[in-house]
Design a protein around this ligand. Structure first.
Ligand code: SF4
Length: 338
């Protein structure tokens, strides 16, 4: 059955917050430049806020690849989030340039003054293994130190621990290091690699449920609370063929870059939505529905774990497109584009 797509909202992203890294597993993969500044970005978002008021058409927004932006731009970002109806109180260390303690403290103070007091970081094992995945020598030492500094300044810290074949054996050592530096004050959540962006190249690093269930209790205790929903490919196929819920995409994707900002500014919101809807419907149309993807492109022997149906489907779409090289789609318009 051909896929239809009925939009109820638009996700607007841009790369104003430039990322200092090129992680091997990056979900974004393409870091399109956005040098046009926060004011022009915010003006587009404000127009979609008005459009939402008038039409009920939803939207989400995300300003960039890292939180390493000037204090003035961060102030504007926070004000924009408020206008969008939520408070930005957290930020991540991913993509942030490595800083010495003095510079880091000043950077934190600027953010604390704006009400941001939660510092998140992702860990891929520890030491050289973590630095390898983040493509950045010294990044592990920086993050551990940065989170310790954050705690000493009264901030809260969160730690995301990635469960890969190569990081599982060092999970206890990682927990030892983090316990010593951030103690029981950190919130932690461990989960497998997503299947999107550049991480798609590392499916041989993907863990199985059996591997996860055979870890020490201390490691199992930090698995993210949605672990009961994670499934092997084999189980996702059964889930879908048994008629359980499939994910229904409903958001258009608009990435604002130096290449398209002038054109977007000239268009009305309605024109943007109409144009993207046409293109997105065209992108989805050749892709079989979820049942057919599972049935024809699923591997019924695969025990590896995928957290969400969307990342499972992303793999099935990869296989579908490999087998049908004549089919070309604007993938970044779909939720298989990640
Ligand atoms: S820090 Fe985030 S955005 Fe930057 S390369 Fe790494 S994963 Fe991608």
């Amino acid at each position: 059955m051909v896929r239809d797509f009925i939009p109820t909202g638009i996700g607007i992203t841009t790369g104003i917050g430039q990322c200092a890294y090129r992680c091997l597993y990056c979900q974004i993969a393409l870091h399109e430049p956005a040098t046009f500044g926060v004011d022009r970005y915010a003006a587009v978002i404000d127009r979609f806020l008005d459009y939402k008021e008038k039409t009920g058409f939803n939207f989400s927004q995300w300003m960039g690849y890292s939180f390493d932006i000037s204090a003035a731009d961060f102030f504007k970002q926070i004000a924009l989030c408020k206008r969008c109806g939520y408070d930005q109180t957290s930020f991540l260390l991913g993509g942030v340039r490595l800083m010495a303690d003095d510079e880091l403290k000043k950077w934190y103070e600027e953010r604390l003054a704006l009400g941001c007091d939660y510092v998140g970081a992702s860990y891929f094992g520890h030491s050289e293994t973590h630095d390898y995945w983040n493509n950045q020598p010294g990044q592990f030492e920086f993050q551990v130190r940065a989170q310790k500094t954050a705690l000493s300044m009264g901030m809260k810290v969160g730690q995301r621990l990635f469960l890969l074949k190569s990081t599982l054996p060092m999970m206890e050592e990682l927990l030892d290091i983090l316990d010593e530096t951030s103690g029981a004050d950190a919130s932690r959540a461990a989960f497998p690699l997503f299947y999107s962006g550049l991480a798609r190249r590392y499916d041989d690093e993907r863990v199985t449920l059996e591997m996860l269930d055979n870890q020490p209790d201390r490691v199992k205790a930090v698995y993210r609370s949605d672990k009961p929903n994670w499934k092997s490919e084999k189980d996702w196929i059964t889930w879908i063929l048994d008629g359980k819920d499939a994910f229904k995409p409903s958001f258009l994707n608009l990435n604002l870059s130096d290449a398209n900002i002038d054109e977007i500014e000239r268009m009305s919101c309605q024109e943007i939505v109409d144009d993207l809807t046409l293109k997105t419907k065209k992108a989805y149309a050749p892709i079989p529905d979820t049942c057919e993807l599972a049935d024809r492109y699923g591997d019924r022997t695969n025990e590896k774990v995928y957290m969400f149906l969307w990342d499972m489907e992303c793999l099935w779409v990869d296989r579908f497109l490999e087998q049908h090289p004549e089919i070309r789609i604007d993938r970044e318009l779909t939720y298989f584009g990640r």
